[in-house]
Structure formats: C-alpha cells, structure tokens
Design a protein around this ligand. Structure first.
Ligand SMILES: CC(C)(COP(=O)(O)OP(=O)(O)OC[C@H]1O[C@@H](n2cnc3c(N)ncnc32)[C@H](O)[C@@H]1O)[C@@H](O)C(=O)NCCC(=O)NCCS
Ligand SMILES: Nc1ncnc2c1ncn2[C@@H]1O[C@H](COP(=O)(O)OP(=O)(O)OP(=O)(O)O)[C@@H](O)[C@H]1O
Length: 199
C-alpha cells in the first residue's frame, strides 16, 4: 500500500461508509471520492463505456439515449453471469478514473475513497490505510429500506452478492462495527484516525 494519506473505506451496502466519509469531510477536512457517484458520472459521460455496455446488454438498457441504472440492475440481478460481465467491463473504467482523481486532482490532499468494491476493483493499491465497516444484517436491511426504498428481495440479492466482501475484512487495517448511534461512531473514528497517524 502507498504511504500517503489516502484512507480507503469499504464494507457492504448500507454499512455506513458514506456516513463515515461525511464525518471525515466535515470534522477533519478530508476530500471524499464516492466511487458509486464517480461511476454514475462515468455512465453519463463516458461514451466508450456506454458503447461497451450497450454492445453487451443491448439497447434495452437505454432510456432517452442514456443508460438507465434501474433497467441495468433488473437485468443483472436476475443473472449471476451478467453481473460478472458488468463488473469486468465497468471496473477497469472505475479504476482509471479514481486513480486519476487521487494521483492528479487531489494529489497531496487527505483523501477518502469510499467503495464497497475497493479490493475487487484494486483501489486499495491507492490507499495508505483501509477501514472495513460492518453492521448486522437486519440493521443493514432496515437502513437500506429506509434510504433507498428497494424491496427486501432486491436488498437480500445485493447483500448475497456482497458476501464475498467478508473475505476482504482480513486485508483491512481496521474493522469498524457500526451497529450503534452516530456519537459512538464519531468517537471510534477519532480514536482510529489518531492511532493510524491520519490526524
Ligand atoms: C448494479 C447497478 C446497475 C445498480 O445501480 P443502482 O443505481 O441501482 O445502485 P448503485 O450504483 O447506487 O449501487 C447500490 C449499492 O450496490 C453496490 N454495488 C454496485 N455495484 C455492485 C456490484 N457489481 N457488486 C456488488 N455490489 C455492488 C454499491 O456499492 C452500492 O452499495 C450499478 O451499481 C452497476 O452498474 N454496478 C457495477 C459497477 C460497480 O461495481 N460499482 C460499484 C463501485 S464501488
Ligand atoms: N450509526 C448509525 N446510526 C443510524 N443510522 C446510520 C448509522 N450509520 C449509517 N446510518 C444510516 O444508514 C444508511 C446507510 O448508511 P450509508 O449510506 O453511510 O452506508 P454506505 O455503506 O455508504 O452504503 P452504500 O454502499 O449503499 O452507499 C444511511 O441512511 C445512514 O444515514
């Protein structure tokens, strides 16, 4: 891992990565790269990515000429092999964009990379420290229903796919348990930032 101040935050959907990133931005001045958002920008703006996806999944994923993530999600959650193809195509583009942001645009800044698939995409290679965030499954499902309004079936399907993320826990420098309230989370963050030499 690189020895600059880039903190990777990973963990399952709804575990609290964005919440931690916001605390780091507001209270400690970190710049945040939200990898889901960066990917959404790529889908909107990168014609090469758009072409690759429509070549593979067909024009049915387009609405008014743009990739519709709801259609794409429905298509891939129904079929494991399609999910793998989607990952293979998209992860190369995501790695390129996040590397550019870290190494060029935010060079020298204290930066957080917030990504569920940090290790799968290879983004841990850009980080000096990685934290893995976790919460119990029923806490995750409840938080996601409240935040996204997805059906419990869709949530369980995503969480099932993300089971693989548990195997990356051992590769992280820290595991943060986020079952409790925000004040508890803030005090854990402060402790670990100091111990990891990030503040
Ligand atoms: C599956 C897609 C169509 C769902 O889009 P949608 O807008 O409904 O959801 P969103 O992108 O906001 O992601 C929702 C949650 O699922 C996680 N997630 C996204 N893609 C994946 C994946 N391939 N495997 C496991 N979890 C994923 C996200 O990190 C987030 O926690 C979309 O996420 C996608 O195309 N993913 C492939 C690219 C990818 O791996 N992105 C994650 C970067 S960390
Ligand atoms: N300690 C907590 N107490 C109460 N609510 C929380 C706590 N941590 C996170 N949440 C809430 O749970 C939801 C999921 O958290 P968050 O968006 O930070 O997760 P995430 O890991 O970034 O998810 P995703 O990968 O899907 O973007 C949010 O609505 C957030 O406000």
């Amino acid at each position: 891992m690189r020895q600059n101040k880039v903190l990777g935050i990973t963990g399952k959907m709804g575990s609290g990565k964005s919440t931690i990133s916001s605390i780091l931005a507001q209270n400690y001045g970190f710049k945040v790269i939200d990898v889901d958002k960066e990917y959404h920008v790529l889908l909107e703006e990168n014609e090469e990515l758009k072409k690759k996806l429509t070549d593979v999944f067909g024009k049915e994923i387009l609405v008014s000429g743009k990739i519709d993530r709801n259609k794409l999600r429905t298509l891939v959650t129904a079929d494991r092999s399609r999910f793998e193809i989607l990952n293979k195509i998209t992860h190369a583009f995501i790695f390129e964009r996040v590397s550019y942001l870290v190494l060029e645009v935010l060079k020298g800044c204290h930066t957080v990379i917030d990504a569920a698939l940090l290790f799968e995409i290879g983004l841990h290679k850009l980080c000096s420290v990685v934290w893995f965030v976790e919460a119990e499954e029923d806490v995750l499902v409840e938080r996601i229903i409240k935040r996204n309004g997805w059906s419990e079936k869709e949530i369980k399907s995503f969480l099932e796919r993300q089971k693989i993320l548990e195997s990356y826990k051992n590769l992280a420098n820290r595991v943060i348990v986020n079952n409790f309230d925000i004040e508890e989370l803030k005090s854990v963050i402060r402790k670990y930032l100091k111990e990891d030499g990030l503040i």
